[in-house]
Write a protein that binds this ligand. Structure first.
Ligand SMILES: Nc1ncnc2c1ncn2[C@@H]1O[C@H](C[S@+](CC[C@H]([NH3+])C(=O)[O-])CC(=O)[O-])[C@@H](O)[C@H]1O
Length: 330
């Protein structure tokens, strides 16, 4: 894979207030693509090439199932070749997507998280947005649906980049991209986003305070951070560092209470810190489906006591916190 699929977005970025970083970002993407050859990439690229042309239809970014809505049902053969090509990109974790009657029923009902977040954030109209750890871009599409001017998603997992390319083969937008980058690959002086989302990422970072500081630097003064992460329920400053896996995940490092998170944000210099949602993750939000056939949340909870993970930790609860970069440095 080369830079070609990212160029329309990079051109658009070049014309935005972030144009100064176009060439450094392009160089980082080229570097990461060179370093991240994946054995399955040729198979995924063949699937992309096999996606069929579809009759013209209306794109829908403003409802739970993101995608394309046509006037009628697709011809059965066309529907089958579309499903088969998309299924090569299994596992589909984030969604759902509906492409002219083909319903990609993903592991996560990401629309439920979006509903919790969207009602609490500053209106996205005309904002430059960064979505760190954006997966296949599901929330990015919803951000465009809410009026964002440009959404730069970054995610180091190449399969999710390919899933975004598959969806964008039909939605044809140049104002959203899933760039194959980790947050550590971003230029050290990049800044200027109006809103930065970090959802489902903090607990994967070994240095959570550094992550919060990086997110702050990426914002323009006064810009808004939307932080969504696993939390421990209860009052006071407490922290779980799982000694091994957490709900079968190997890379979960820190699960703080919301009080501890608020202190961390304050220590990093954020202002206007508020907790806008705390919700246990239910099996209606995360489970195996035909499009994600591996094990999922129900398999990772204690079969007798679903308030505990299989390791005996409290079952997943997620919080959304909002905070602002100060207008001027103290
Ligand atoms: N260093 C990194 N830099 C950026 N992203 C990373 C890094 N390491 C892993 N990721 C990516 O962070 C994402 C975490 S999932 C959240 C998806 C979405 N935000 C959601 O809220 O549904 C967790 C969850 O399932 O909630 C994955 O796509 C990783 O590839």
């Amino acid at each position: 894979m080369d830079l070609t699929p990212f160029e329309p977005f990079l051109d658009r970025l070049g014309r935005s207030g972030l144009g100064a970083w176009r060439s450094t970002l392009a160089a980082s993407i080229a570097l990461r693509l060179g370093a991240r050859a994946h054995g399955d990439l040729p198979r995924w690229e063949r699937a992309l090439a096999q996606l069929p042309d579809l009759p013209s239809a209306r794109s829908r970014l403003d409802r739970a199932c993101v995608g394309l809505q046509g006037a009628g049902a697709l011809d059965a053969d066309l529907g089958r070749s579309l499903s088969e090509a998309l299924m090569v990109l299994h596992p589909w974790r984030k969604g759902p997507f509906c492409i002219q009657g083909v319903h990609i029923d993903t592991e996560w009902r990401s629309d439920l998280k979006w509903d919790r977040v969207a009602q609490a954030i500053a209106p996205l109209a005309d904002r430059l947005v960064l979505d760190v750890g954006c997966g296949n871009g599901y929330h990015g599409w919803r951000m465009l649906g809410a009026g964002a001017r440009l959404v730069m998603g970054i995610d180091p997992t190449l399969l999710f980049v390919l899933q975004w390319l598959a969806i964008n083969r039909y939605l044809e937008r140049d104002d959203l991209a899933v760039l194959p980058l980790g947050i550590e690959d971003l230029p050290g002086d990049l800044t200027g986003f109006d809103t930065v989302f970090s959802m489902g990422v903090l607990y994967h970072r070994r240095s959570p305070i550094d992550h919060l500081m990086e997110l702050q630097r990426l914002l323009r003064p006064g810009g808004e951070l939307v932080l969504e992460t696993l939390v421990l329920e209860g009052e006071g400053e407490r922290l779980l560092v799982p000694p091994g896996r957490y709900a079968a995940m190997r890379n979960v490092w820190f699960i703080p209470t919301v009080d501890a998170l608020a202190v961390w944000l304050g220590r990093c210099g954020f202002t206007g810190i508020r907790v806008v949602d705390v919700t246990p993750t239910g099996q209606d939000e995360q489970c195996s489906t035909a499009w994600m056939r591996f094990q999922s949340l129900p398999d990772h909870l204690d079969p007798i006591d679903s308030s505990r993970t299989v390791e005996g930790h409290p079952a997943p609860v997620r919080a959304v916190l909002i905070a602002n970069r100060p207008e001027a440095s103290p």
